[in-house]
Design a protein around this ligand. Structure first.
Ligand code: ZN
Length: 177
């Protein structure tokens, strides 16, 4: 099975807010496995649907890579309903390979979402998992982490971003699950 293609910085798909997930096809779990395959292949911890060209509001994450007591999880139609504290830490992104910058995020969040069984969940996360979730929810709203750094820092990575965008701007077609 071919790996799904990761849409890169510069793709218009990454700049468009995703659509709320409605009914999902029966083969959806298989599609998720394909997303996990791409994520692990690139050493990622989270991956949003639009990063593989699907304009729907969900993402996957595997927090066990960070904390063995946690597990992998899917967040369908996630919404951050509360946030507390601020912490600055370095982030990277599969859609912006080779770029790592410090980003300010809330330390603790409460998230409302649906799991794979589509039942509503409300859960609190803190520290690293909270950061991953905020990064992915940003993706689903068409926001990339490099938009959350200062214009000065951004100017230092501008040429790198332009190079990545050479390929990203050709990735204009969304895919269907
Ligand atoms: Zn990302």
């Amino acid at each position: 099975m071919n790996l799904l293609e990761v849409y890169l910085y510069g793709s218009p798909i990454l700049k468009r807010p995703t659509m709320k997930v409605g009914e999902l096809p029966d083969h959806f779990p298989r599609f998720l496995e394909r997303m996990y395959a791409v994520m692990y292949n690139d050493d990622g911890i989270g991956l949003s649907a639009n990063q593989v060209g699907v304009e729907q509001c969900f993402f996957i994450a595997d927090f066990s890579l960070h904390d063995e007591n946690m597990q992998r999880e899917i967040f369908i139609n996630p919404e951050i309903v509360e946030s507390q504290g601020i912490v600055t830490q370095e982030e990277g992104c599969l859609s912006i390979p080779g770029v790592h910058e410090k980003v300010k995020r809330a330390y603790k969040i409460k998230v409302r979402y649906e799991g794979l069984d589509r039942n509503p969940v409300e859960k609190e996360f803190e520290g690293f998992p909270a950061r991953v979730i905020q990064h992915e929810v940003d993706h689903l709203n068409g926001i990339l982490f490099v938009e959350r750094i200062s214009p000065l820092k951004r100017s230092f990575i501008e040429s790198k971003l332009r190079r990545i965008a050479e390929k990203g701007k050709t990735q204009t077609e969304p895919i269907k699950i």
